[in-house]
Design a protein around this ligand. Structure first.
Ligand code: GDP
Ligand code: MG
Length: 596
């Protein structure tokens, strides 16, 4: 297809505003997917994506559309909408000339609408504002058309109104895409340059790499080079998704398609990298490639210690399809052998643990998420700490923590409660904007460590679900942080160590000691549970001694009942962990860590 007949676009929206549903309707109306093959959320391939209704990996699809007797190719690139995956969103946007800004006509603009809009504007995309779900009785298109027009300029009349559910307005939207989005530009005679915007592991085909051609052409069977590493691979297949893969004779300027080279690991074909031909390689790679860096760390331990090799194998497998997952072995006194894993954010952590449990049948304990602390020791060495139990015990010269710029959108009635919450989370208010009479945007800087600790849940419950949150990294700051250890009969239980602000140390100490007193059964001797900062004890509880004689209750008589009791006790023992002399049931660790 010549560039002037190509339109490349994406849909940007807050989660649940109907991106996947609209994509489905477009596939159907353009005939890319026959009615009989249609299923809901056609492009959301992973099981978890379907069940949770979120898009994790982006996908590209080519749709035919005719206008004034000309055949156009519309390439739709579906982007993940969540903050954890901002890097992938920005790469997908860089592959487009235009974006549909999709807003739920009953909800209005939300935090991720704004975040993604700003990314799209940075990439110079043509924005087509669209209100969705106009079939809903609660839809208020007049009000939100004005909100949208105020935000991006133009008149409320330019805001299209559609329903991804009924299909109303979708043909008109397709026509607008052709009319308003610029055709791609590039140099057809230059050495090939293609940007990788997605890289997906497929058990049958190996890594499938999605690219947007900028200059030149790539043809089947040629040898290609990855510009960041200079590694070369033979092309086994090249084609377009429409949406099922269709091999083609090559990809030219402006086209969007896929490459298969037989590599087995997405790390060899990274999002953001530039592909060129190996014979006449381009000299200049396309704009900046970065390795996405983990932001949040957590320990993953198998509940059954014998599952450890399976956990390792499962992580190795997931890494093939997720270059941003990091992990290394670690051991814990309380939890045994496991892995310290790095994630892009909390949703990423949840998705990985869910996949490990569901796809690999593992039962896991996840330790409290931690951010990256940089500690300057007394001898002015810098240590990077991602696991609280590795925080130095002695005197230190200082410590820094990551901070983020957070944007919170909510109806104005909730401003007070949101400010309270942000205050207790050490937030600094940067500013407040009224997007409309009803809707306010609050901007804060806040420690990331405060956000990973159930901030989002708190925000949602205090605002009846009406607030939305987005954040981006904003560097690091010095902070008055301390490590709180939890001791059982004088022995430190590493899984419970936490790095907290000095003012919150006491609260953490009392909560954990109380929780553990309730969870740990009495022993034959008294067990003190203490919380400590270094050598200083800040909280203490006691488990009183008891002489546990399970047979005492069975007044001699019934022998089978006696045996059953003994067996039960033995079984219980198996799931006990020894911390020093103290027997702790495995599930007490789990319960204390999860807080229920
Ligand atoms: P995404 O998170 O942006 O991909 O949103 P989805 O497409 O998964 O839609 C979220 C929810 O909104 C689903 O329950 C959809 O059925 C519903 N939905 C999407 N579009 C419409 C629409 O036009 N009208 C109505 N009534 N519901 C819609
Ligand atoms: Mg979706």
């Amino acid at each position: 297809t010549p560039p002037e007949r190509i339109r490349n676009f994406c849909i940007i929206a807050h989660i649940d505003h109907g991106k996947s549903t609209l994509a489905d309707r477009m596939l159907q109306i353009t005939g890319a997917v026959a009615d009989r093959d249609m299923r809901a959320q056609y492009l959301d391939r992973m099981d978890i994506e379907r069940e949770r209704g979120i898009t994790i990996k982006s996908q590209a699809v080519r749709m035919p559309w005719e206008q004034d007797g000309h055949a156009f190719a519309l390439n739709m690139i579906d982007t993940p909408g969540h903050v954890d995956f901002t890097y992938e969103v920005s790469r997908s946007l860089a592959a487009c000339e235009g974006a549909i800004l999709l807003v739920d006509a009953a909800q209005g603009i939300e935090a991720q609408t704004l975040a993604n809009l700003y990314l799209a504007l940075e990439n110079d995309l043509t924005i087509i504002p669209v209100l969705n779900k106009i079939d809903l009785p609660a839809a208020d298109p007049e009000r939100f058309a004005k909100e949208l027009a105020d935000l991006i300029g133009g008149s409320p009349d330019d805001v299209l109104r559609v329903s991804g559910k009924t299909g109303e307005g979708v043909e008109e939207l397709l026509d607008r895409l052709v009319a308003e989005i610029p055709a791609p530009k590039g140099d057809a005679d230059a050495p090939a340059r293609a940007m990788i915007f997605d890289s997906v592991y497929d058990a049958y085909r190996g890594v499938v790499t999605y690219v947007r051609m900028i200059d030149g052409t790539l043809s089947p069977r040629e040898r290609i080079q990855m510009m960041s590493t200079r590694a070369t691979h033979d092309l086994l297949e090249i084609g377009v998704s429409s949406p099922e893969p269709v091999p083609s004779k090559g990809l030219g300027v402006g086209e969007v398609g896929y490459l298969i080279t037989g590599v087995k690991d997405v790390r060899q074909s990274k999002v953001g990298d530039t592909v060129t031909g190996a014979r006449t390689p381009a000299t200049q790679a396309l704009a900046g490639y970065v390795d996405p860096k983990p932001m949040v760390y957590s320990g993953l331990y198998p509940i059954d210690a014998s599952d450890y090799p399976d956990l390792r194998e499962a992580l190795d497998k997931l890494k093939l399809s997720d270059a941003s997952l990091a992990y290394e072995p670690e051991t814990s006194v309380a939890l045994g052998f496991g892995f310290r894993c790095g994630f892009l954010g909390l949703l990423h952590l949840e998705i990985i643990t869910e996949r490990l449990e569901r796809e690999f049948g593992l039962d896991l304990i996840t330790t409290a998420p931690s951010v990256i602390y940089e500690v300057t020791t007394e001898t002015n060495e810098t240590i990077v700490v991602t696991n609280p139990s590795e925080y130095p015990d002695g005197k230190i010269n200082g410590v820094t923590e990551p901070i983020v710029k957070a944007s919170i959108l909510a109806p104005k009635d909730y401003v007070g409660t949101i400010m309270d919450l942000c205050q207790t989370r050490r937030g600094t208010l940067l500013g407040m904007d009224y997007l409309s009479e009803q809707r306010v945007e609050l901007k804060y800087t806040m420690p990331l460590g405060e956000i990973v600790f159930d901030f989002f849940d708190q925000l949602k419950s205090r605002t009846q679900g009406y607030a939305s949150l987005d954040y981006e990294p904003a560097g690091r700051q010095e902070a008055d942080l301390v490590k709180v250890d939890i001791l059982l009969q004088g022995d430190r239980v590493d899984a419970f160590s936490a790095i907290v602000h000095r003012e919150k140390a006491y609260a953490y100490g009392t909560t954990m000691t109380e929780r553990l007193r309730k969870l740990i059964p009495r022993q034959q001797f008294e067990v003190p549970i203490q919380a400590a900062i270094g050598a200083r004890i800040i909280a203490r509880e006691n488990i009183r001694a008891i002489r546990k004689d399970v047979l005492a209750k069975c007044y001699g008589g019934d022998i089978t009942r006696k045996r059953k009791l003994l067996e039960k006790q033995k079984e219980g023992k198996k799931r006990m962990k020894m911390v020093g002399r103290v027997e702790v049931p495995q599930n007490a660790f789990i319960a204390a860590l999860s807080g229920d």
